[in-house]
Design a protein around this ligand. Sequence first.
Ligand SMILES: [Fe+2]
Length: 381
Amino acid sequence: MRYIAVKNVVPGMIAAKDVYSNNGKLLVRQSETFSITLARNILDSGVSSILIEDRRVNDVRIEELIEPTLKFELYGILKSIYENLGVVQKLWKDVNRQEQLAGFKEIVDAKAATDVMGRIINEIDVISDMKNVNFDKEIILVESNDLNEYLYLHVLNVTILSIAMGKIMKFPKTILMLVAQAAAFHDLGIVYVPKEILMKNGRLTAEEYGHVKTHVEMTAKILQAAKGAVHSHVMTTINQHHENVGGTGYPAGLKDNQIHAFAKIISICNVYEALTAKRPWREAFMPHSAIEYVLAGAGDLFDYNFVKSFTHLIPAYPKGIMVEINTGEKGCVINPNKGVVARPVVRMFYGKDGRELPDLPEYDLSKPEHQTKMITKILND
Ligand SMILES: [Fe+2]
């Protein structure tokens, strides 16, 4: 199987996996043959790429780290928590008034969210031995065209990424639950930032950015009101999720070891997720561009060791994507070589003259004999 941009799907292609919309509706079943209508339905739902069968990469199978049904269950729960909070916010504009704070307890202390997160943690089957980079399953983030859904999807994706990263770092389940909670609740205070600012199609003014920054303090207030709902580590993590190891973050300008390990995880996942999502003012970054940003920020924005772990989780060039290399040959990534940034194994389909290569040669770009080769383009068809 391999990826293809939905806009390039032609009738007769076969779905290699079930395709769901961002709210969990099944759009296409695995093994179903595409018609024009079917392809258009998927495009309208905001899904940008899907997996199709291709005999040249029949042996390449992409397994999801987290079952889609479980992801959508968590999505529904997170969405209702954030939506309810939005309703409370509209009723009581002043977060400091005592009577409204009591109302937060019920919203935030969501047993259902904790339950699903526990199941997700059990589900994630990451082989945590960093020496044998062998964990074969992929994290597939949920995407949507609907900008109004972004907050919920962002929180869902950051939660999934953070749990998986905690798993790679060999955290036990009790600790993973705290990481998951912190990730799930990290942006609760965003509901207090005016929508016009969040959805602004352009650069924020200093004043508007100042308003966005208050979401950290607002989240803390909401969680303080929901006394007992979260552990003190979760509170600390949420307070620090915009701190940078170089001291340039907010609200406190903390540095290096002053920042909680969970916050270092969430900070990377938060930025990576935000870059790979479509925003009102820009298109989504491809994984390799987002990874490049995260790598460039190592030691300055993010903790170097945590960035290293992240590259074991999210490859720059995921398995199944079509690429062109600097020789002009085109092919499909069959092994991302996780942890070795941007040097995957590629099976070539077409030579530099555009003709099909019947013997499908493979280049492991991490090997010295292929060191002069590099990926120059991601292909969508
Ligand atoms: Fe945030």
